[in-house]
Design a protein around this ligand. Structure first.
Ligand SMILES: [Zn+2]
Length: 456
């Protein structure tokens, strides 16, 4: 099967140029002017941009949380991904006490494989070392293509936190096997202290979710994680960076030559903590919470100057009735928001508006996550790479509504926001999965991406 996309403007990290692109048996086989190739399917992309499919390096599909699970399972989440130009999603299976890494991964793979509409990969969250036996499994996990592990510095009461000693053990072991350690950085003791105080005072609205974990609560943990990574000379990837002070500390370490990578999410670029004052503030509850204007501006600056490496979503939506559990107590609100279908359109819209270049949007959403996480065949348009391609109409404005999305959730924080420019077609390994507003893919088509170690 050969696909030929003609007359579009191809965008890579370093350049944009008009050319045709051919995909044969799922792999990009040629890029050039006026390609004379016999194809089964020809697409005219005149006036359109031809982009690598995005990689959302941070999603939580079918994730158990607070007595329920996230509203998008593997089918809905990857269907929505396809419709937003995301051709690979990373999910976060969670290892729990008494369980092994491979056992955890295989369970999730069995769930995901028949449902995945786009390609997928796993990071594994480590919550307990099982008397250090988990460390002995790191190599086997890497051999199975799991080359990144995540630790929570938070969720202490929930039994998911790792202490500093455990974090350092994980940093060192990950480094030894060529893997990368991802960190969710917030300080649990400060959060728990604040929560106790606010609940006692009857301060229970969503605004107190933010006030219980404000800027300095995240910054402390960002800095601590950076400190340990620097001290033991191990690579570190900080997920969903949302505060200025932590960002600056991480960026400073990066400039000193340490292997520190920084991810942020569209919600931290679009919203501020003011959303928690809204009547529907609980719908915006995620951790870390959105911060003040100063942090938002610092994040944009880091998007522009290269300090931030990736933008991913932390996609973890819940239904309205579940968010409502916390109407009178912010601690009962399931944490998480939607985003997988909005990531690429949002960042490309920023490019369309001149905030960043299209090349930079491609770097943040496709090339960098592929490089950092060892997805050899993904992330850029070049001969030999997978035919993961998005055709993007820069003139098509689109207003986001829950109705127009392709998830299973019943509300979105992105409701009513207009993006300038929108994907019109998405191909995964040369197969059309999204076509002008419609999902046309197939559950089970998505492949597990076995990643290669030692990439950073
Ligand atoms: Zn997350």
């Amino acid at each position: 099967m050969t696909l030929l996309i003609k007359n579009g403007t191809i965008v890579t990290v370093s350049e944009s140029f008009q050319a045709d692109i051919a995909v044969k048996d799922g792999v990009i086989s040629a890029i050039g002017q006026n390609l004379d190739i016999k194809a089964d399917k020809v697409v005219d992309a005149s006036g359109k941009l031809v982009l690598p499919g995005a990689i959302d390096a941070h999603t939580h599909l079918a994730m158990p949380f607070g007595g329920t699970q996230s509203a998008d399972g593997y089918l809905a989440g990857t269907r929505a991904a396809a419709c937003g130009g995301v051709t690979t999603v990373f999910d976060y299976p969670m290892q729990r006490k008494g369980k092994g890494i491979l056992e955890t991964i295989r369970e999730r793979k069995a769930m995901c494989d028949p449902e995945a509409c786009v390609d997928y990969a796993f990071h594994c969250i480590i919550t307990d070392l099982n008397d250090n036996t988990i460390l002995d499994e790191f190599q086997a996990a890497v051999d199975e293509g799991i080359t990144s592990f995540k630790c929570f510095l938070v969720y202490k009461k929930e039994g998911m936190m790792v202490d500093d000693g455990t974090l350092v053990k994980i940093l060192l072991k990950a480094k030894e096997v060529g893997a990368l350690t991802n960190i969710h950085a917030e300080n649990p003791d400060l959060i728990d202290m604040n929560i106790e105080k606010f609940l006692k005072e009857g301060k229970t609205s969503a605004w107190y979710h933010y006030l219980s974990r404000p800027e300095f609560v995240e910054a402390e943990a960002d800095k601590r994680a950076v400190h340990w990574a620097k001290s033991v000379d191990a690579p570190l990837y900080i997920v969903h960076m949302a505060d200025k002070e932590g960002l600056e500390a991480a960026a400073e370490a990066k400039r000193q030559g340490h292997k520190i990578f920084i991810e942020t999410c569209p919600q931290y670029l679009e919203f501020t903590s003011d959303v928690y004052k809204r009547e529907d503030g609980r719908n915006f509850v995620c951790s870390p919470p959105m911060k003040g204007e100063e942090s938002k501006e610092a994040l944009w600056k880091a998007i522009q100057n290269g300090d931030i490496d990736t933008v991913a979503t932390d996609h973890c939506p819940f239904q309205s009735y579940e968010k409502d559990w916390g109407k009178d107590d912010f601690t009962k609100i399931p944490n998480g928001c939607a985003g997988v279908e909005n990531l690429y359109p949002y960042m490309l819209s920023a490019a369309n508006e001149g905030k960043i270049s299209f090349n930079r949007a491609v770097e943040l959403c496709a090339a960098n996550p592929a490089k950092i996480f060892g997805c050899e065949s993904k992330g850029s348009l070049a001969v030999g790479k997978d035919g993961d391609i998005v055709i993007y109409d820069p003139d098509l404005d689109f207003t986001i509504t829950t109705e127009a999305m392709h998830s299973d959730y019943d509300h979105t924080i992105w409701e009513g926001i207009t993006v300038h420019g929108y994907p019109v077609q998405t191909f995964v390994r040369g197969r059309l999965v999204y076509d002008q507003g419609e999902f046309v893919g197939e559950p089970g088509y998505g492949n597990f991406i076995k990643r290669i170690p030692n990439q950073v």
